[in-house]
Design a binder for this molecule. Structure first.
Ligand code: ADP
Ligand code: MG
Length: 312
């Protein structure tokens, strides 16, 4: 992996496959390793990144920036140590005045200010989806193993080509390690390297209800371990041979099976057994914990990848 790449577009053909989850957790893992990271919601029409990190942008969002009404610094919010977010507006009124082309300047400015810029791209084939693929140094193609998702991922490959973008590889999400699906085969079909598989993991949902990135909410969960591996791989500190496979790992901890979440992440009711949003301090503390856990090597922050077998 080329460590000179600092701007990544997290993209998919089909929606609902785990792009925002990947953006938030990869970003938090990179920040936990000592990088200054900004995550940007470029899903302009269907923004939802803010909800994943308990951010309620009061006024300025990427919509105002792209409408030429604000500077990107005014729409950049600190989430915790080392990580900032640029949320998109949820109102259709502000979306109407957006000039998508202005994203070029925004990405250029953020590239100068941060070690890593992660663009959470919308699904589909519109201009606002295609443009970021060309602005990024590399695209992380997110797909589930479902045939419809893989088929749509192929379209995103074609779009990235047309936009002059480069796809670094596939992030295969919601995998079932004990199933009989050939994950490598899916990546081969797309003619791309398989960067990581993110196992289906009930703690992902729990973390959304808690409004805290999974890698902070439950650092030992299998999906957290997978996201830390992805971060390590992007910064050039993990090898393809070390990719976790999660064979034999428990996919469904008993506590989650006995207390299934009652609603979808995008349902109306976000109250989950009185779960409340974590404060910024909680998140900062948890990130430093990850930081403290990681070994240091010649002053370089390292990303620790605990065993899948560790108790959760
Ligand atoms: P996208 O941004 O591509 O639309 P999201 O990141 O919002 O997708 O994820 C869609 C849904 O899938 C969410 O409800 C999320 O909690 C769930 N999800 C994502 N990844 C996983 C996973 N590894 N295990 C279980 N659920 C997941
Ligand atoms: Mg999303």
């Amino acid at each position: 992996m080329n460590t000179q790449e600092t701007v990544y577009a997290i993209a998919s053909g089909k929606g609902g496959v785990g792009k925002t989850t990947t953006t938030v957790n990869l970003g938090t893992a990179l920040a936990g390793a000592g990088n200054r990271v900004v995550i940007v919601d470029v899903d302009l029409g269907m923004a939802n990144l803010a909800g994943f990190v308990s951010l309620s942008p009061e006024d300025t969002t990427l919509h105002q920036v792209l409408a030429g009404e604000a500077d990107v610094t005014e729409a950049t919010y600190e989430l915790a140590d080392g990580i900032w977010a640029v949320p998109s507006g949820i109102g259709l009124d502000s979306y109407a005045s957006v000039e998508t082309e202005n994203l070029r300047e925004v990405v250029a400015e953020l590239r100068d200010q941060f070690d890593y810029v992660l663009l959470d791209v919308g699904a589909g084939v519109s201009h606002e989806t295609v443009l970021p693929l060309g602005l990024a140094d590399a695209v992380l193609l997110v797909s589930t193993p479902e045939p419809a998702s893989v088929q749509d991922a192929q379209k995103t490959c074609d779009l990235a080509d047309r936009a002059g973008g480069t796809i670094a590889g596939v992030v295969l999400t919601r995998t079932h390690p004990s199933g009989d699906i050939d994950h490598e085969g899916i990546a081969e079909k797309l003619d791309l390297p398989l960067l990581v598989t993110i196992p289906e993991d009930p703690t992902v949902r729990e973390s959304v209800y808690a409004g805290t990135p999974l890698v902070v909410h439950d650092p030992k969960s299998p999906a957290s371990r997978a996201y830390r591996y992805l971060a390590a791989r992007l910064v050039g500190e993990a090898d393809p041979e070390d990719r976790p496979t999660f064979e034999g790992a428990s996919e469904s901890p008993a506590r989650s099976e006995s207390q299934p979440p009652q609603r979808d992440a995008d349902g109306d009711d976000t109250e989950q057994g009185g779960a409340s949003a974590a404060s910024e301090d909680d998140v900062s503390a948890a990130i430093s914990e990850i930081d403290a856990d990681s070994e240091t090597d010649g002053g370089q922050p390292r990303i620790d990848i605990p065993d899948a077998e560790s108790d959760t």
